[in-house]
Design a protein around this ligand. Structure first.
Ligand SMILES: NC(=O)c1ccc[n+]([C@@H]2O[C@H](COP(=O)([O-])OP(=O)(O)OC[C@H]3O[C@@H](n4cnc5c(N)ncnc54)[C@H](OP(=O)(O)O)[C@@H]3O)[C@@H](O)[C@H]2O)c1
Length: 276
């Protein structure tokens, strides 16, 4: 914790290398996951740490769970408290991550807010918050990561290793629709279009860009779902339950891993078969 904007697991300014030798450090993978304090972002951070990545994340608040995760993986987690609506702070965060870990290999754009409500009564502030955090915040983060991917040497000597990968966290409501979530869905549909176009733009440079579109998950974001809506979704889902963060983490692990070396421009829907 080194500054007013740093979270409890942060250690900004330290030129970190976990390994004993600089050459080993160069081969370590660093993944940025926005919104890693709880929910899906926390679960993704945990999985990626377990597979050996160093993880940099931000959120407006810290969390006990993230502090515990960082304690379990000493020196491998970088956290800053910042608002994704603040583009300068997001840009500095990517720079701080490079200062600390030396590089960025993958970016998971996960942080989002969801203000539910019918459009006719929705306030400008709620519309602005969703557009600014979910869409502009994610785009700015990815732009900064892509700049870094293009500027740095590839992480592994393997010629097949990509030059970086991006996963945008969308939602099934982007494609399927849901009353009360039109603006949220607009931001998610925007991210999917962004991923498809960017995949074509940066593919020739060895950078892959994909999206995942989860169905409803049992996290804080879906806490407003009424018991009856919850039951209805479960009843209509072929696999007969709501999704869990673990269901999405596996897909993100795959999309940021060597098994997905020839996968780009795709949106992977993970919703138990689709509630109708
Ligand atoms: N839950 C679902 O049913 C569901 C379904 C489909 C898709 N998704 C998508 O999955 C992703 C993760 O959702 P979740 O359910 O894990 O949500 P969550 O539990 O509410 O967690 C959201 C994370 O994003 C951070 N965040 C939110 N606003 C931020 C801001 N302005 N600046 C910085 N960080 C911010 C939060 O931390 P702070 O609040 O401390 O900032 C938190 O770490 C989102 O993209 C969401 O749209 C969720």
């Amino acid at each position: 914790m080194n500054g007013p904007r740093s979270g409890p697991v942060s250690n900004r300014g330290r030129a970190t290398v976990e390994s004993d030798t600089p050459s080993a450090a160069v081969c370590e993978v660093t993944t940025i996951v926005s919104g890693g304090s709880r929910g899906l972002g926390l679960a993704v951070a945990q999985r990626l740490l377990e597979r050996g990545d160093r993880v940099a994340t931000f959120s407006r608040s810290g969390s006990a769970a993230l502090v515990a995760l960082a304690a379990k993986h000493p020196g491998r987690v970088h956290h800053e408290q910042l608002d994704a609506a603040d583009s300068d702070a997001v840009r500095r965060f990517v720079g701080n991550t490079v200062d600390r870990f030396g590089r960025v290999d993958h970016c998971v754009a996960n942080a989002a807010v969801a203000a539910e409500g019918i459009l006719a009564t929705m306030a400008d502030a709620d519309i602005d918050a969703m557009l600014t955090v979910n869409l502009r915040g994610a785009i700015v983060l990815v732009r900064e990561c892509v700049r870094q991917f293009l500027a740095q040497p590839r992480s592994l000597p393997d010629a097949d290793a990509g030059a970086g990968s991006v996963v945008m966290v969308s939602s099934v409501v982007a494609a399927r629709g849901s009353p009360g979530l039109a603006v949220y869905a607009a931001t998610k549909a925007g991210l999917e279009g962004f991923a498809r176009c960017l995949a074509r733009e940066v593919g020739p440079r060895g950078i892959r860009v994909n999206a995942v579109a989860p169905g409803f998950l049992a996290t804080d974001l879906s806490a407003t779902l009424s018991p009856s809506d919850r039951e209805r979704i479960v009843r209509r889902t072929p696999l007969g339950r709501l999704g869990d963060t673990a269901d999405i983490v596996g897909a993100i692990d795959f999309l940021t891993g060597p098994g997905a070396a020839f996968v780009t421009g795709q949106t992977l829907t993970i919703d138990g078969g689709g509630a109708t």
